[in-house]
Design a protein. Sequence first.
Length: 113
Amino acid sequence: MLRYAKELNPDGLTKSGFMVGLGEVEEEIRRTMLDLRVHEVDILTIGQYLRPSENHLPMSRYYTPKEFATFRKLGFEMGFKHVESGPLVRSSYHAHEQTEDARRSPAASGASV
């Protein structure tokens, strides 16, 4: 669907995100990020899963701010135009600013980040 959206509107921005802390390993995070870039996703959000109640899955791991910073850096190295990565980041986190930043990104004009 994300690739199709980009095919329909090559100048449009696509966005996706995911949560960590549910038992994934670092290679799965990297692979997911790479898969999103292969489909030309422009904006990425990565947040920490926080168990909303005892009726929900327990949190497997809490990622450190340094680890989230590493994911953010990796995202830019992969070519995302904007990356939000942190424990409280959610898909709608600063959505308007994400879009403006992605449109100003050097990658938006074809330059690599």
